[in-house]
Design a protein around this ligand. Structure first.
Ligand SMILES: Nc1ncnc2c1ncn2[C@@H]1O[C@H](COP(=O)(O)OP(=O)(O)O)[C@@H](O)[C@H]1O
Ligand SMILES: [Mg+2]
Length: 313
């Protein structure tokens, strides 16, 4: 029997299904810790020095691929069916009960997987690294302080500070401090008093709009597996991709992305960059649970195979 590899995520989620198949194709035995089925339909136990999935002690796991884990900050749509309905911005249906249960569930799962790491299982990516994705400002600060080129950034709740930043920078985009929602251009319509006052409800990230095109770079371990220009007519390309164009990164840029991945505590990342018309690359973020199947299908880049190599190494 080959090595045993764990996958954390939804059993039917496309990346979990695919990686299970690739790993089994290499002779590995794969066990899925199904985050969707827990706690209603999957037994998990944390006892003294043991973490059990059903009766399986998981002691001989070689590595775990974490497709989905819960961040310590909750998602909007903890119940995914809610987001589909009018008024779907509701955080939880019966919010105080659901929120409490969800918090318990997330705490359990996070401790469970981190305890596996504590006991020597290779976790890809380390659970600690996932929170940084929700702490976009901290990630930018870490990268910036290490000399990685990032966009000029101002996150504030102060309308006057934003107005001064917009004056200084020119073209500005904005996005939530936790990320996730689509990135928008700041226009004159935003710079009016009653709209600006909304910053008093919550701060937002404002950044210089980096001109050029989006580039997605996948890194596994120290290896840049693929770098691809993603064409789109929209500022935020997600969902409106019009084409993929593989590119060769200059060695210094490849090194920069690998270093950024390390600074974020990641073993595997899909990093978002902008390639400016003057040829300079600017890093937007390193994602801890990057989707990659679309890229494998579009470009043939062996992201899945390289990730399997890394898990089995
Ligand atoms: N400063 C920026 N300049 C130009 N485009 C940006 C900028 N910030 C974000 N974008 C666009 O919006 C997308 C999402 O932003 P990103 O920082 O990756 O946040 P998220 O966490 O939501 O993925 C980027 O991939 C890019 O297409
Ligand atoms: Mg992104």
């Amino acid at each position: 029997m080959g090595k045993r590899i764990g996958i954390v995520g939804g059993e039917e989620e496309a990346h979990c299904v695919h990686m299970k198949r690739v790993l089994e194709g290499r002779g590995a035995e794969v066990v899925v810790l199904d985050t969707n089925r827990f706690p209603a339909r999957q037994d998990m136990t944390f006892r003294d020095d043991a973490t059990l999935l059903g009766q399986d002690g998981l002691t001989d796991l070689h590595a775990v691929y974490v497709r989905t884990i819960f961040y310590s900050l909750p998602f909007f749509e903890a119940d995914p069916t809610l987001g589909q309905q009018p008024g779907g911005e509701t955080l939880f249906a019966d919010w105080h009960v659901d929120y409490t249960a969800e918090r318990e569930r997330q705490s359990f799962l996070t401790s469970f997987v981190r305890a596996l790491g504590l006991r020597g299982v290779k976790i890809v990516n380390p659970i600690e690294s996932f929170d940084l994705h929700f702490l976009k400002l901290l990630q930018i600060a870490i990268l910036r302080d290490a000399g990685i080129p990032v966009p000029r950034t101002c996150a504030t709740n102060d309308p006057a500070t934003l107005a001064a930043f917009a004056d200084e920078v020119g073209k500005v985009v904005y996005k939530p401090v936790t990320g996730g929602a689509s990135c928008q251009r700041l226009t004159d319509k935003d710079l009016v008093a009653d709209r600006l006052e909304r910053l008093r409800n919550a701060p937002a990230i404002f950044q210089e709009e980096v001109p050029g095109v989006n580039v997605r770079v996948y890194v596994v371990g120290d290896e840049v597996v693929s770098a691809t220009i993603i064409h789109s007519d929209d500022l935020d390309y997600r969902g409106t991709e019009t084409g993929f164009e593989p590119i060769e990164l200059p060695p210094a840029v490849a090194e920069m992305v690998v270093r950024a991945k390390d600074l974020c505590g990641l073993a595997f990342t899909g990093a978002d960059l902008r390639l400016r018309p003057d040829g300079e690359f600017v890093l937007l973020e390193c994602n801890p649970s990057a989707m990659f199947l679309g890229m494998v299908q579009a470009t043939g880049a062996p992201i899945d195979e390289t990730l399997a190599d890394y898990l089995l190494a």
